[in-house]
Design a protein around this ligand. Structure first.
Ligand code: GLA
Length: 389
């Protein structure tokens, strides 16, 4: 489904400012059923693209100058494709310039373009609005300039854009989901080999509800990179005993425990979480295949505990929301989703109970934190694609 209102706004602004027929692209955000912080540890993840998307309109500018209009930020940014660098003031432009820089590394793309975009992926909510913007930009430029870059190459470029222009050393999950998603299917992705399979999601009498805490994760960027370093520190120490280990993917809990004394408490906790989270992805795919929803719910609950206690990426608001959900009969399980420190919880709820759950959670949250949650019902949808101009 397209958000017609947003598409209309993007199209109308593009026509008014640039007057040409643009290439129009829809780039989705994502959910993640399980597997947080496993991607950059070469592990497994189970994300899916969702309907909430960024819509981009692009056309050639006919010169080296590029003009970008973010309708949601109500800002315009210009740069020359000959000479640009990350912006210290207009952070959203970095996602786009970062992609241009990656495409240029391959020797393609020397011309400027103009872009208008807007979306309904809430920012800072753990739904990967950044990957949607990066993947949407790459896909749109690939179409516009007929660059012939494969989807796999494009999603890798999108990830590199985030590393090099935004400074978040993210894994590959978000870009993979936004680029490769398929309606009603999650992606069962091995982040080491990048082998993946479209995994059907049939929830029978259950429904996925996201609840946005409306705590935007400011801390996330710096803490994210710290988590990554802590995992690398663990690997470096374990490698001394196990030659074949090149990431936490290769480490068992027994091996980790055998070397507990060599690791700091923090690094031990981080590694334990990642190893267990990887196992949870495997168990979750099995439980979903078996339509064993109580087990799916249990895995979500245990994952939340791991994020709270061991990886330490939760926050009081999320603890409260997940705790509230996990104590209810009509919720099978809930946990925080995404990079951490706020954003959304993902809740597996009995179909038909979702409105009551949302309203009771909202009242309790309001009472405690004096602010509201935003419920988000998601539909699993296709990855980035071109839409009718
Ligand atoms: C962010 C990153 C992803 C992944 C998640 C946590 O969304 O972009 O690569 O690491 O956090 O699972």
């Amino acid at each position: 489904m397209m958000n017609e209102k947003i598409v209309h706004k993007v199209r109308a602004t593009f026509a008014a400012k640039f007057g040409q027929d643009p290439v129009l692209v829809k780039a989705p955000g994502r959910i993640n059923l399980i597997g947080e912080h496993t991607d950059y540890n070469n592990g497994f993840v189970l994300p899916a693209a969702v309907d909430q998307s960024i819509y981009l309109a692009v056309s050639k500018s006919g010169s080296n100058e590029s003009t970008l209009i973010s309708l949601d930020m109500d800002e315009t940014f210009s740069f020359s494709v000959d000479d640009f660098q990350p912006s210290a003031t207009t952070s959203w432009a970095n996602y786009i310039m970062g992609v241009v820089a990656e495409i240029q590394k391959t020797g393609l793309l020397a011309e400027g373009f103009q872009m208008v975009f807007s979306g309904d992926v809430p920012r800072g909510s753990g739904m990967s609005s950044s990957a949607a913007l990066e993947c949407g930009t790459c896909f749109a430029l690939n179409e516009l300039f007929e660059l012939n870059i494969s989807k796999l190459e494009m999603l890798k470029m999108a990830q590199k854009a985030e590393h090099n222009y935004v400074g978040v050393m993210c894994g590959i999950m978000d870009q993979f989901a936004s680029m490769m998603g398929s309606e009603d299917h999650a992606l069962k992705l091995d982040c080491q080999s990048l082998d993946f399979e479209h995994f059907p999601i049939e929830l029978s009498e259950h429904i996925i509800v996201l609840c946005n805490s409306n705590v935007s994760h400011n801390l996330a960027d710096s803490e994210y990179n710290i988590r990554r370093q802590q995992c690398e520190e663990g690997v470096a120490i374990l490698k001394k005993s196990y030659n074949a280990v090149s990431s936490l993917r290769d480490v068992t809990l027994e091996q980790l425990n055998a070397h507990k004394q060599e690791l700091s408490d923090v690094v031990y906790k981080r590694c334990k979480y990642v190893i267990e989270e990887n196992e949870r992805v495997v168990r979750m795919t099995q439980a979903l295949s078996d339509a064993d929803f109580p087990t799916v719910g249990e895995i979500l609950k245990v994952a939340q505990e791991g994020m709270r206690e061991e990886y330490e990426i939760s926050c009081p608001e999320i603890d409260f929301m997940a705790g509230f959900a996990n104590s209810r009969q009509d919720v099978l399980g809930a946990r925080m989703m995404g990079g951490g420190f706020g954003g959304c919880t993902i809740n597996l709820v009995n179909r038909g109970s979702e409105d009551l759950f949302i309203s009771e959670l909202n009242s309790a949250y309001q009472k405690k934190f004096n602010k509201e949650i935003t419920p988000i019902k998601v539909k699993i949808s296709d990855g980035v694609k071109r839409i009718q101009a």
